[in-house]
Structures are given as structure tokens and as C-alpha cells.
Design a protein around this ligand. Structure first.
Ligand code: ZN
Length: 265
């Protein structure tokens, strides 16, 4: 098997650096990519063509996503543990208890390596879930009871006294009640937003944006990566608001949609 020269390894490393890949994923990916290139070279390809071929299956966007997924281990890890357990059981090995790994512990190198060797697991990890979490912990959006004071759609505006599209849902809650992100994403706005008062906007994958308005305060700043269920703000009564509540919006490709309809999909 051909062994890559230092210079060739550096070229692979440069690609990973460009994607901002951090340890332990960086070391593991480097090994993985170098092996894949060496295998191609063994089959007669030269480094110059094997490198782009291998990188092609690991585009930077894909790598960044992988990194995010590895940082957000809570979601990935149970799946990995489940799979490891199944594979071990199938092979007649000792069953690995899903409780043997704490859910929030960072991934170990061998786990990352395992993931890379089972690429279909990655595919599974990349399936994006639209924002279907509840913005207020403890409030079940499928059964919000009296918390839901206004639904999505045309309504008589309580302040402007004319029919307008209510672009989100209103959830009644006391000032200071925690507000959480309804999906993993990145904060693209946090601050004053006119009639909407203090507001947080989060960009998710797949063209989804969630907006949280009339807040008392925001706990995140622009550019911050957030995970589903993470506290981002507190309920308030800022902007044009008739009492403490959360105005929650979901947009898909800039078009407001009914957050509750999303739950039924
Ligand atoms: Zn509203």
C-alpha cells in the first residue's frame, strides 16, 4: 500500500483546516481521508486525481455539518449507541448498555471513527428536522390549552383594529418564563425590533427561520449556534404587546407558516 508523503498529508490537512474542523474529528478525518487516497493510489490512481475524488465525497459543507452534529452529541450519540449495541448483539458480542455512556459526553475518537466507517449512519444523522419543538418548556404545542391565546391566520388586530395576517402564534406566559430554541440553528438577530419589541431570530437548515418576539430579555447574541431546547430568552411584554406573551413565528424560505401545522407533517 502506498504511503502519503508529508506534503500530501499537508494538502489533505489544509482542506480540513479550511472547513474549520476541530479535534477529535480533525485527526480522525485526516486518517480516514489519507487511507481512502492511499487505497485509490493502490488501484493505480495518482495522488493528484485521488485527492479531489476523495474530497468530493467530503465537501466542506458536509464536513461542517458533521462537526456540528458531533458537537451536538445528544442527538447523535443515542443513535450511535443503539447501532453499536445492535451490531455487537448481531456479532454475538457482549451487549453494550445504552446507559454506559452519558448522553452529553463528547465523542471519543473511536466513536468518530466508527461513524466514518459506517457512512449510512451519517446520512441518518443529516436528516434535518424542521422546528417542531416547543418554544416554552412544558407547553405541549399539540395540546396548548389556554396558553395558546392567538393562532396563525387572519384576525382582527387587537391594537391596530383591522384584519391582518397573524404571522405566528401567541403563547401566554409570565414575564421571565424561559424561551428555548425549537431546533438547532444559528442566531441571526437578537435585539430591539420595533413593534415586535425585543426579538430573537434563528436560522435553521432547509430554509427554516424561527422568530421569538416581545421578549423581556435575550440570552444569546448574533452569530451564536444554539441547540434545540437551549434557553435563548425570557418572555416579556416589549414592543406593541397587550400583556406578557410570546409571539412565535416559523418561516420557510421567508414565508410565514403555521407552527402548529408543522407538527402534523
Ligand atoms: Zn402574535
Amino acid at each position: 500500500m502506498p504511503i502519503l508523503t508529508e506534503k500530501q498529508v499537508a494538502a489533505v490537512q489544509a482542506h480540513l483546516a479550511m472547513a474549520g474542523i476541530k479535534a477529535p474529528l480533525r485527526e480522525e478525518l485526516l486518517d480516514h481521508l489519507c487511507c481512502a487516497i492511499e487505497e485509490r493510489m493502490e488501484r493505480g490512481q495518482d495522488f493528484e486525481t485521488a485527492l479531489p475524488d476523495c474530497l468530493h465525497s467530503w465537501p466542506i459543507r458536509h464536513l461542517k455539518k458533521l462537526q456540528t452534529n458531533i458537537l451536538i452529541t445528544t442527538k447523535l450519540k443515542p443513535m450511535l449507541v443503539r447501532f453499536t449495541a445492535t451490531a455487537a448483539a448481531m456479532a454475538g458480542l457482549v451487549f453494550l448498555s445504552p446507559f454506559s455512556l452519558p448522553p452529553d459526553a463528547p465523542m471519543e475518537r473511536d466513536e468518530v471513527s466508527f461513524l466514518l466507517e459506517n457512512e449510512y449512519l451519517l446520512e441518518e444523522a443529516f436528516v434535518f428536522e424542521p422546528p417542531t419543538g416547543s418554544p416554552i418548556p412544558g407547553v405541549d404545542l399539540k395540546n396548548p390549552d389556554k396558553t395558546l391565546t392567538s393562532t396563525f391566520g387572519m384576525r382582527m388586530h387587537p391594537i391596530f383594529k383591522q384584519k391582518r395576517l397573524h404571522t405566528g402564534i401567541d403563547l401566554k406566559a409570565d414575564i421571565g418564563t424561559p424561551v428555548v430554541a425549537t431546533a438547532n440553528g444559528k442566531v441571526v438577530f437578537a435585539g430591539e425590533n420595533g413593534d415586535y419589541g425585543i426579538c430573537v431570530r434563528i436560522l435553521h437548515d432547509d430554509g427554516y427561520v424561527t422568530v421569538y418576539s416581545h421578549l423581556h430579555q435575550h440570552d444569546v447574541i448574533r452569530g451564536e449556534e444554539v441547540t434545540q431546547g437551549q434557553k435563548i430568552a425570557a418572555v416579556g411584554n416589549t414592543g406593541k404587546s397587550m400583556g406578557p406573551h410570546l409571539h412565535y413565528e416559523v418561516l420557510k424560505d421567508d414565508v410565514p407558516m403555521d407552527p402548529l401545522a408543522l407538527l402534523e407533517e
